[in-house]
Design a protein around this ligand. Structure first.
Ligand code: 3H9
Length: 709
């Protein structure tokens, strides 16, 4: 009965119920065609006398995945989603939503506009707009509080979390939990029941959960106080609270108008642009050229060499994905420590009530340990996480080559070393790849997949498939010193060190970088990571350092005193009595002053703005080199790396997106100005120069088929 209607919305009469199926793969996003189709379906239902009720269902895996995120920032197309929701609510015939899979954002708002709601066990409901810098803008901020009260509505909208069908039922977000797994069948059964009972049209706009004004106001005040106590730098949470206040204070239609105003403010904010970029970028990085062209090798069992912090974290990540793991250590004592490192993670979960003791024991039963490499004879993948020293790594790979079965994937977790050299040291370089995890490896989402010259495409595809199983965000990286992330970090950390020697204190630099949106500043990070590691690397590289390049020795002076950061109680900061948050240390400032004098520097003042500009310009410039040299496939791969591994504020989209937003000519002008004092360090990246000349931006290189030339 669709005649000339929208291809995305199918209408079918089942006796006296019009079943309206939204079919817009992959997630039934509410693009303009779907919105049009929904209006047509409502008109049809009103026009046909034999229709007594309307059932809304989604085809495929989901009910509705929300507004079509690709439309944000484009010229608006009628009909608008709020109007569609209002039309559904205004229907004179009962509308029932049967939800399975994702019922998120605008998708849940459609359901809230319906008169009755049933959820299947697979349903995940949520209002995750905040994660995209938005607020529920199709009536969600007005209907959800009226249905479930301000507190529960604010929790959903401010956290963006997904809830299951049972929780939704307990909250009153849905009326019924269905047992089956076919939305149409369950929805039809419910609709028939409602018709048999003579259930009326029941509009959420008239629901009464806000009736107790004082309690509702208290919930709103509490949410506002919470935001003030834990400032996130995000723009939309405050607007969400404003919208719920409007729900309490204003009649429904005026509340909707206020919601619209606030939604548009969010839509127009740079944070929305940054967060939406991050959403698509982190999905794009999983689509490397080898994925889809080469078949991943099956991975049924894994090995990890090394049981230190990194090796144990990797083992936990593999165990969490359901794999059996064999850990190799050099002797029984080290193996016992490795096992203890793994066990500690699961014991922590049990202690917090997030895992049962029986579940922990079941997971640990899949852990095996050995001091003999021969125990790896049957595994399909080995990840080496031993000491970061090329000869140690080469020795491990010689063993792996000897014991592992043909076709096993041999991976190194090195963070700096030459993966080509490690691969060439074996007789099977096609099987060797880099898997650079970030610490703690079972928590951090980023996985740099480092692709050496001789690796087989199906090994690369296997690495991406492994990332999917481990729920990691994979980024394909080429071989160079530090790959994408650490290579860039080395450069922007140098920019910070230059500022420190020139007059900015590490405390001011940290504070300025935090104000930009980082959770912690570079010197807090250095203290957390441990100064000894960077020191060892600097000593190793001393011989090959460009003598013309500026080298700031302040960190070395601190390391010489044994001040390695948190673990030694002092670094750039002091950590009295094992405190986690450091306090500024006058003795460190004295060391810095002495170093300035030794280097012949007359200290000058830095504004916070200059600190951020220099830090970011160094990062963006090196990001451009990383892309130009093919180390990162696209600028978006750089963005995802910095977002997920280095604390770059997500709402700014990543350094390359941020550069696009402030404009590449400005970045280049900054670099040229900084170069007047230090032309060796501040060399504009050739790619940046070319893009500025062409009037193009980094995003132009994210498009399929784009070239850098
Ligand atoms: C909103 O609703 C605003 C309203 O309040 C107000 C409006 C006025 N649009 O994640 P996956 C794509 S804001 C367009 O890999 P999964 C995604 O890019 C929206 N595209 O699958 C990917 O494409 P590709 C509120 C979307 O199974 C493909 O679908 N809604 C959308 O792991 C598969 O996605 C949300 O924030 C979309 N809404 O997870 C929900 N959603 O294959 C956002 C997905 O080309 N979405 N795509 O790379 C999600 O959380 C997950 O995608 C979902 C499925 C849980 C649905």
């Amino acid at each position: 009965m669709n005649a000339a209607g929208s291809p995305f919305v199918v209408r079918e009469l089942h006796d006296d119920i019009l079943v309206v199926t939204i079919n817009h793969p992959p997630v039934n996003a509410l693009g303009s065609g779907v919105r049009r189709g929904l209006l047509e379906a409502l008109d049809t239902a009103e026009a046909l006398p034999q229709v007594r009720a309307v059932l809304l269902v989604g085809a495929g895996r989901d009910f509705l995945g929300g507004a079509d995120i690709r439309e944000f920032g484009q010229p608006p197309q009628a009909p608008a989603l709020p109007d569609v929701c209002n039309r559904i609510e205004a229907s004179t015939k009962p509308v029932i939503a049967a939800m399975h899979g994702a019922a998120l954002g605008g998708g849940l708002e459609v359901a809230l506009a319906a008169h009755y709601r049933v959820a299947l066990p697979s349903a995940k409901l949520g209002l995750p707009e905040v994660l995209l810098g938005l607020l529920p803008g199709a009536g969600g901020t007005q209907r959800a509080p009226r249905l479930v009260g301000a507190q529960a509505a604010l929790d959903l909208m401010l956290s963006g979390r997904h809830i299951g069908a049972a929780e939704a039922l307990a909250l009153g977000l849905v009326d019924r939990l269905a047992a089956g797994d076919l939305a149409q069948d369950e929805g039809l059964a419910y609709a028939r029941e409602l018709l048999a009972q003579g259930a009326p049209v029941r509009r959420t706009r008239d629901a009464a959960a806000l009736a107790d004004r004082a309690a509702q106001q208290a919930a709103i005040d509490a949410a506002r106080a919470d935001l003030a106590r834990k400032p996130s730098g995000l723009f939309s949470p405050g607007r969400i609270v404003d919208a719920v206040q409007a729900a309490l204070d204003l009649p429904f239609d005026a509340g909707l108008a206020r919601e619209r105003q606030l939604f548009v403010e969010c839509l127009d904010s740079p944070q929305r642009a940054g967060l939406v970029h991050a959403f698509f970028a982190e999905r794009a990085t999983a689509k490397a050229p080898e994925v889809g062209t080469a078949r991943p090798r099956p991975i049924h069992a894994a090995g990890v060499v090394g049981g230190g912090t990194m090796g144990a974290g990797i083992a936990v990540a593999l165990l969490d994905a359901g794999l059996p793991v064999t850990m190799i250590e050099r002797d029984e004592a080290a193996l016992a420590r490795g096992r203890a490192n793994v066990t500690k993670v699961y014991d922590g979960l049990v202690a917090k009530g997030r895992m049962t003791a029986a579940a922990r024991d079941a997971v640990l039963a899949r852990w095996h340990g050995s001091t003999a490499f021969e125990a790896l004879a049957d595994v399909d993948l080995v990840i080496e996480a031993v000491f970061e020293e090329i000869d140690v790594k080469l020795a491990v790979f010689a063993q792996l080559e000897r014991v592992c079965k043909p076709g096993a994937v041999l991976a190194t977790n090195t963070s700096y070393l030459d993966v080509n050299r490690i691969a060439a040291g074996t007789a099977r370089p096609a099987d060797v790849i880099g898997l650079h995890f970030f610490s703690p490896a079972h928590v951090m989402k980023l996985l740099e997949i480092v692709v050496p010259a001789q690796v087989a495409p199906d090994v690369v595809a296997t690495a991406f498939e492994l990332a999917r199983r481990l729920r990691k965000t994979p980024v394909r990286a080429g071989v160079c010193d530090g790959f994408i992330g650490n290579r860039m970090l080395a450069v922007y950390r140098q920019a910070a060190d230059h500022m420190m020697e020139d007059g900015a204190s590490p405390y001011q630099i940290d504070q300025a970088i935090r104000a930009f949106g980082y959770p912690i500043g570079p010197y807090q990070m250095a203290d957390l990571a441990g100064g000894d590691i960077g020191w060892a690397t600097r000593k190793r590289k001393a011989a090959t350092r460009d003598p013309a390049a500026r080298y700031v020795q302040i960190a070395d002076r601190l390391c010489e005193r044994g001040w390695f950061g948190q673990k030694t109680g002092r670094g750039f900061y002091r950590y009295p009595d094992g405190a986690r948050h450091g306090v500024p240390d006058p003795e460190v400032e004295a060391v810095i002053a002495a170093e300035r004098q030794r280097a012949g520097v007359t200290p000058r003042a830095f504004s916070d703005d200059e600190i951020v500009r220099r830090y970011l310009a160094a990062m963006i410039n090196e990001g451009a080199n990383v892309v130009d040299q093919g180390i990162a496939l696209r600028p978006l791969d750089v963005d995802v790396t910095l977002l997920h591994g280095y604390g770059f504020p997500r709402y700014r989209g990543g350094p390359m997106k941020y550069a696009d937003m402030i404009g590449l000519p400005q970045v280049l002008a900054d670099i040229r100005r900084f170069a007047q004092d230090d032309p060796v360090f501040w060399r504009p990246a050739p790619l940046l120069l070319r893009l500025v000349e062409r009037g193009a931006n980094f995003d132009s290189l994210n498009q399929p088929g784009a070239t850098h030339a």
